[in-house]
Write a protein that binds this ligand. Structure first.
Ligand code: GLN
Length: 297
């Protein structure tokens, strides 16, 4: 009978051969998942035996990971802001740098609470990790989350149910602000968050196979220069935001210098920029002007 330790070593070797940088870490997480244990629990019993059924199932998972399927898809869930979210190939896997967007949003919790019916919107919600985290962390907020993909919305709804916030979030299908405006929310949004697709077209093919071949292109492809969605989101931001509403955007590497002028041209003011763990300016917080700007509502 094979042991936990032998399985982890076998998986690590296969992952190294496949060029996976975090081979040992992935092996430990995958074996733990296959045996319905935590990684730490496995440390306590490296020499215990694994039954044949579990071993066969695990070897299949190891093979799929060695072919560069994302670990998160094989596990079926991933953590964001301390909570677990279901993921599949219809949604972007939550990234640690996106947590900085939540950090920025929570800085405005006090301001939001002063509103009569604080309204927050997440554009391109994907797994729902941003909208659901906001719902959990800011209980007084009414949340709307849009996405163009019905498959993504189903996953987001499932996640909202799992976290008990289904009744606090309206999930809407449609293009960017379109469904938000249909709800009569133009000029009323106090907090707008978005992690739009921002990878330049030419860079898409250079991404790691996990991302390139398994994550939804619709969540990654930011057009030729990667800025397509910033242009669209910023052009209309003032018509959607309430006076002094906040807009918080995740940015791709090196995009600050291009996105800030777009924001300023739309009449928004830069509030602050947060850098991620790698020191890359990652989250841009903007404020709309105090006067309502309804010329094109
Ligand atoms: N951060 C993701 C990546 O680098 C891209 C996410 C996005 O386009 N919004 O793979």
């Amino acid at each position: 009978m094979t042991t936990v330790k032998a399985l982890i070593e076998m998986a690590t070797a296969q992952f190294q051969a496949a060029g996976i940088p975090s081979a040992r870490w992935d092996a430990e997480l995958l074996v733990a998942h296959g045996l319905h244990e935590t990684r730490l629990a496995l440390y306590a019993r490296p020499d215990s035996g694994v039954n044949e059924k579990d071993e066969t199932a695990l070897k299949e998972l190891v093979l799929r990971r060695a072919r560069r399927e994302p670990l998160q898809h094989l596990i079926g869930a991933w953590e964001f802001w301390g909570r677990s979210f279901k993921v599949n190939s219809d949604v972007l896997i939550p990234r640690p740098e996106t947590e900085f967007l939540i950090e920025s949003a929570l800085a405005f919790r006090g301001l939001l609470k002063e509103q009569e019916a604080p309204t927050a919107v997440d554009i391109g919600t994907g797994s729902g990790c941003l909208a659901i985290t906001l719902a959990k962390e800011i209980p007084e907020a009414r949340i709307y989350a849009s996405d163009l993909s019905s498959e993504a919305l189903s996953m987001a709804e499932e996640n909202a149910k799992m976290h008990g916030v289904s009744d606090r979030i309206r999930f809407l299908k449609g293009d960017l602000y379109e469904p938000i405006k249909q709800q009569g929310l133009a000029g009323r949004v106090n907090l707008l968050v978005s992690n739009p697709p921002y990878i330049p077209g030419a860079v898409l093919m250079e991404l790691e196979p996990e991302v390139r071949d398994h994550e939804p292109r619709i969540a990654l492809d930011g057009g030729l220069d990667g800025l397509l969605f910033y242009r669209r989101l910023l052009a209309e931001a003032q018509t959607v935001l309430a006076p002094e509403g906040m807009m918080i955007l995740e940015l791709g590497q090196g995009q600050t210098a291009d996105v800030i002028p777009l924001a300023v041209r739309s009449g928004l003011t830069v509030h602050h920029i947060l850098r991620d763990y790698a020191g890359i300016p990652r989250v841009l917080t903007l404020v709309s002007s105090a006067q309502a700007h309804r010329s094109n509502v």
